[in-house]
Design a protein around this ligand. Structure first.
Ligand code: SAH
Length: 412
């Protein structure tokens, strides 16, 4: 975490004292300290900027305080922070600059990724000319901080609209007044984005996450390099992988089937397919269909009916939402991968993903290896991938890394 200049360290700010375990966490360069590791706090208001002290009162840095979260403080600087809105503005500019040479072939990507950009509690995504903001903590929700966020985004980017996506559950947990999602600046809340040469509709006030799964963007292009023959995208949402397989020049698919249990997601997938249709171009001969179904049932039925594919994508919603779900989640991933492996022809490609933070990269490899063993198949790892580079992983902060994406080739 960058230091900030301690020009005029004022000692009137509220402070918290940590236990030795709390200090050890900060020394391990993790920005969170849990409430159980706060040994002393006096009149700290919700969302305050607090001075952080060790058990002997030595100053360790500055944090953002939450009165309700189990994560009582999130470090924001190892120095003093006399002006939080100014620091937030500076960090947003740095996050934008960090991505300048990192992001290619897209006008949609994450601009600010919370802790990984030293802005805990703030997520900002760019979708072409529409910006989506998520504010997740008391400190980031304070009026002067919100104003600094919006003003900086307006100053730095050519935007036609800034929307706020509200997660009602998180506002409730943070004991913040409920507020609706909505347009905060400008006129525009929906647009068209272009990822890897493929176009997608984006509606800032609809859909899951902030509207698209931007973290998979580089994986779409990587998977397209290997996709061929008959392809099945089992949890396709608005068609991220499926449309790349149908339209990306690198993909060599003859047909693509997208499956999802959400009808609105499939309707959007179909609209996206139409958006990319070139009226005067020769058809590329790739068939594209969308099926509304429970993917678990469909895989079981197709497998029983001896259906075969050359490429299968598995990208289900997170199975393990909490640590307690881990065993069940691993069982779910194994079952799913086993079914897919049984349906893949020799030389086939399995693209298998997990976005459960509680399932580690090692756990996930093991689960897929177990499935391969049960399916009597040898798999080669073509690529072992994570989230796109605009979702940086901060070393020592495991929570910033959650997405696993394996691209495997079935040798027999
Ligand atoms: N690969 C997609 C994202 C998938 S998100 C992309 O890159 O855009 C997970 C999707 O799984 C969601 O669209 C959700 O609607 C769908 N889903 C959840 N449970 C399902 C089930 N049992 N069967 C089919 N789809 C399911």
């Amino acid at each position: 975490m960058p230091k900030t200049h301690a020009a005029s360290a004022r000692h009137t700010e509220p402070s918290v004292k940590l236990s030795t375990r709390g200090v050890a966490r900060l020394q391990a360069r993790h920005p969170w300290v849990y409430r159980s590791d706060i040994t002393e706090e006096k009149d700290v208001p919700p969302g305050a900027v607090v001075r952080v002290l060790d058990p002997r009162g030595k100053f360790l840095g500055t944090a953002l305080y939450s009165s309700s979260s189990q994560i009582a403080i999130r470090m924001i600087s190892h120095g003093s922070v006399p002006d939080l809105p100014a620091l937030v503005a500076e960090r947003i500019r740095a996050a934008i600059a960090y991505r300048t040479n990192l992001v290619a072939n897209t006008d949609a990507y994450r601009l600010v990724f919370s802790e990984a950009d030293f802005l805990p509690g703030l997520i900002v995504d760019r979708y072409n000319d529409v910006i989506s903001v998520q504010i997740l903590t008391q400190a980031m929700d304070a009026a002067p901080v919100r104003e600094a966020i919006l003003q900086t985004l307006c100053d730095e980017l050519q935007t036609a609209g800034i929307v706020e996506r509200v997660d009602a559950r998180i506002r409730d947990l943070e004991q913040l007044q409920p507020r609706p999602s909505g347009l905060l600046r400008g006129e525009k809340s929906s647009t068209v984005i272009n990822m890897n040469g493929i176009r997608f509709h984006y509606d800032g006030l609809e859909g899951q996450k902030t509207g698209a799964f931007l973290d998979q963007r580089e994986n779409y292009a990587a998977a397209a390099q290997h996709a061929h023959g008959e392809a099945l995208d089992a949890f396709c949402y608005q068609g991220g992988f499926a449309l790349h397989f149908a339209l990306h020049p690198a993909a060599k698919c003859s047909s693509v089937t997208g499956v999802d249990s959400s009808r609105p997601a499939l309707e959007m997938a179909e609209k996206n397919a139409t958006l990319n249709a070139k009226p005067n171009a020769t058809p590329n001969g790739r068939e594209l269909e969308w099926i509304e179904a429970n993917a678990f049932d469909l895989l079981r039925d197709y497998s029983a009916a001896n259906r075969r594919y050359d490429t299968i994508v598995l990208d289900p919603s997170a199975f393990a939402k909490t640590k307690r779900d881990l065993e069940k989640a691993l069982g779910g991933y194994k079952e799913l991968n086993l079914r897919a492996l049984k349906m893949l022809r020799p030389g086939g490609i399995l693209v298998t993903c997990s976005c459960s933070f509680h399932v580690s990269a090692t756990d996930f490899l093991k689960v897929v290896a177990d499935a391969a063993q049960d399916a009597h198949k040898d798999l080669r790892v073509l690529e072992n991938r994570g989230a796109a580079r605009d979702h940086p992983m901060l070393l020592n902060v495991p929570e910033t890394s959650y997405l696993k994406c394996l691209i495997l080739s079935v040798s027999n």
